[in-house]
Design a protein. Structure first.
Length: 290
């Protein structure tokens, strides 16, 4: 169900408000390009600076516009377990196929606390949950052993791993022993290697800019055409890095604005790319031959 290129969608803003028309157009573009699922209100969607009402509105709009053509994995994370449960409950109520729930940030829980957090969500809401491990942002790391324990729970159906550690794919596979536990990369730079190690796909920042190429790369891998997959990845690799030349999603929104798809507007404390960063981003865009 969850495989291939899955964009972590930006949330377009215009004059401080959500640009609903631009967001709808971005969703249509992703579906037309072959993206296999959509993730609203993840990190790339600036979930940290959305109000609860805005967060819920973005998820609802994504589900409404996509209209069942592709599954929606709703961002629903929080460092407060009760708040995460509320967001997962909302995702279920409005028709999301799954929720993406980040490890608690700032709190720095130990493995027992992380397991208890996800177990509480599993017990509270009957909706598939993909756990999201990104230690560079959360200051805590969900160990493979804890992932193995969580995979035994009925509603924990996968992981988005943004550690960049390809060995974890095999480690998770050995501990979960299930092809129904979806391993998704959260790191564009190593996504192709993640697939080769047994991963199912990538929740991608770059797919905001190059959805057709990202989808084609994963399709080529699935078809066994590694040469084509590598060729595409070599076109995209500079763009993968450029997406983090300054804090994300500023580079993605900058390029989307140049493409006429939405405003470049981001919310503080994220800042637009400065002149030096724009040069790097523009060069990567040109290298990708988009």
């Amino acid at each position: 169900m969850f495989h291939g290129a899955i964009p972590a969608l930006v949330t377009p803003f215009k004059n401080g408000a959500i640009d609903r028309d631009a967001f709808a157009n971005l969703i249509e573009r992703q579906i037309a390009a072959g993206s296999s699922a959509l993730v609203p209100c993840g990190t790339t969607g600036e979930s940290a600076t959305l109000s609860h009402d805005e967060h819920k509105a973005v998820v609802e709009l994504c589900i409404s516009v996509s209209a069942g053509r592709v599954p929606v994995i709703a961002g629903a994370g929080s460092n407060a377990t009760s708040e995460a449960i509320e967001l997962v409950e909302h995702a279920k109520t409005v028709g999301a196929a799954a929720a993406l729930v980040i490890c608690q940030y700032y709190n720095k829980p130990d493995q027992a606390g992380l397991e208890a957090h996800f177990r509480a969500i599993n017990d509270a809401v009957s909706l598939p949950v993909i756990v999201y491990n990104v230690p560079s942002r959360t200051a805590c790391d969900l160990s493979p052993e804890t992932v193995g324990q969580l995979a035994k729970l009925p509603n924990i159906i996968g992981i988005k791993d943004a550690t960049g550690d390809l060995g974890r794919v095999s480690h998770h596979g050995a501990l979960t022993q299930s092809e129904q536990f979806y391993q998704l990369s959260g790191d564009d730079m190593s996504a192709l290697g993640h697939r080769a190690m047994g991963g199912a796909g990538c929740i991608s920042v770059t797919a905001n800019i190059a959805p057709d190429l990202c989808a084609t790369m994963h399709a080529a891998f699935d078809a066994g055409d590694l040469h084509k997959a590598r060729e595409i990845e070599q076109r995209l690799i500079a763009l993968h890095y450029a997406m983090f030349e300054v804090p994300s999603p500023a580079p993605a929104k900058y390029l989307l604005s140049k493409m006429g798809l939405c405003e470049a507007e981001v919310r503080l404390p994220i800042m637009p790319p400065d002149e030096a960063a724009r040069v790097v981003i523009d060069e990567a865009f040109a290298t990708a031959q988009l």
